[in-house]
Design a protein around this ligand. Structure first.
Ligand code: AMP
Ligand code: MG
Length: 403
């Protein structure tokens, strides 16, 4: 019996090893997977930071009725703290400056009137200790973990790392990936002429774009092998020896020219999965080379290839990089869509958000697993367990977003 998609995913992940970590300059860290936590090297913020322009004074003086204060200095951002010496004095202060020693309170320019070296505070101003002061340590204690390992770095984590003085980060090494198209019908995208019986290579081009755009690979190289047993085997021998991950498309079904499984077997690639109880993507094949490098053979049909890539290859590569696995996502169906009595259906959907705050998945009608133009504008696919030939609107399904 063929494994279900969940079983197939488990088998794949059991055979995937996380790659070592490497150092990466902060400027190149966006999209990489953090492998050592980002820790606060000092309190955040490191001093009582004033967040507006105005005057710093003592709240007790204000509470006792003082309204007119002598301005004794200017506290600019970047200056060490001045000292406020008397109740009827204040210090002019700029956004981002440290609250002067002896002051506990702040009033913005807008609530004051200046005359020479004095300033008068409006009676209706509301002064309280801490007003407009971003208190030292209020965002994080020294030593606090601000970003955990396993996070994919965005500009937000990069900002935190910069604030903590981390010019280098420990990130997961990314694999080199070979994307191998097979098939005599395939021609290059820029082939000068394409015969009616020929097909332009699109799967491998799409996979390379997904791998690089998703920061899942350090290097991606595309290859094309013809449907010829010795060529497939010789080509794969070189490729399997060189790359950390091999991604094949086509040649994996039961056809007369589908030489991929036999060629991989001849190279000592150990078969772990040969077919999954799903549609599309039933011929999906997975194995590991003698040096434990994963080999994924995706069906050639573009929709099947896309679905299998997202369902099995992306989680595997994320594990290699050290990504903490994300929580599953669920969504109700907006329309009734085909199911299958014995196979899990993976149906492409467009997500629709409505003003009442709900999100539903509108399944698109894919003609066949070759109807890849149908995928344009979709957001992912829903996973519909076997059972009925139709899955009704309102059913809640597991969602696999393309991204
Ligand atoms: P196969 O799995 O080799 O039987 O291929 C199934 C279908 O997918 C055939 O119609 C192929 O022409 C098509 N196909 C295979 N590889 C590619 C590719 N790299 N780009 C676009 N279509 C492909
Ligand atoms: Mg083929």
């Amino acid at each position: 019996m063929l494994p279900s998609p969940a079983d197939a995913e488990r088998i794949v992940l059991e055979n995937i090893f996380t790659l070592p970590a490497e150092h990466c300059p902060l400027a190149a860290a966006h999209g990489r997977v953090l492998r050592a936590p980002i820790v606060a090297d000092r309190e955040l913020p490191p001093f009582d930071r004033v967040t507006m322009d105005g005057f710093a004074l003592r709240s007790a003086a204000w509470a006792a009725g003082t309204r007119r204060f002598r301005v004794t200095g200017m506290q600019a951002a970047g200056m060490g703290p001045l000292t406020l010496r008397a109740d009827d004095e204040c210090v002019e202060i700029a956004t981002g400056a440290v609250l002067p020693a002896g002051a506990d309170c702040f009033v913005p320019y807008e609530e004051t009137a200046r005359d020479g070296e004095f300033v008068t505070i409006a009676n209706d101003a509301s002064l309280a200790p801490g007003r407009s002061v971003h208190a030292r340590g209020s965002d994080g204690a020294k030593g606090a973990v601000l970003v955990a390992a396993g996070v994919r770095l965005t500009e937000r984590e990069v900002a935190v790392a910069a604030a903590c003085g981390d010019a280098q980060l420990s990130v997961g090494m990314r694999p080199s990936v070979a994307v191998v198209a097979t098939g005599d019908e395939l021609v290059e995208v820029d082939a000068p002429a394409v015969e009616p019986h020929q097909i332009r290579r699109s799967n491998d081009v799409a996979l390379r774009a997904a791998l690089l755009g998703g920061e899942l690979a350090a290097r991606v190289e595309c290859f094309h092998l013809r449907d010829e047993r010795t060529e497939v085997e010789a080509g794969l021998r070189r490729i399997v020896a060189e790359f950390d991950v091999v991604l094949l498309t086509g040649g994996v079904s039961k056809g007369k020219f589908d030489f991929v499984p036999a060629a991989l077997a001849a190279l000592g690639v150990e078969k772990k999965i040969a077919g999954v109880a799903q549609r599309p993507g039933k011929p999906f094949w997975f194995g590991v080379t003698p040096r434990r490098a994963p080999v994924f053979a995706l069906p050639g049909n573009p929709v099947s290839a896309s679905v299998c890539y997202r369902r099995y290859v992306v989680p595997a590569l994320e594990k290699m990089l050290g990504v903490e696995l994300a929580y599953p996502d669920w969504v109700p169906l907006a329309n009734t869509t085909p199911g299958h009595p014995t196979l899990t259906r993976l149906n492409a959907v467009r997500l629709i958000a409505t003003p009442d705050g709900r999100r539903t998945a509108h399944a698109v009608a894919c003609n066949t697993s070759g109807d890849f133009a149908e995928l344009v504008g979709t957001d992912g696919f829903v996973e519909l367990p076997p059972g009925a030939t139709e899955v009704t609107a309102g059913t809640v399904a597991r969602l696999w977003a393309w991204k």
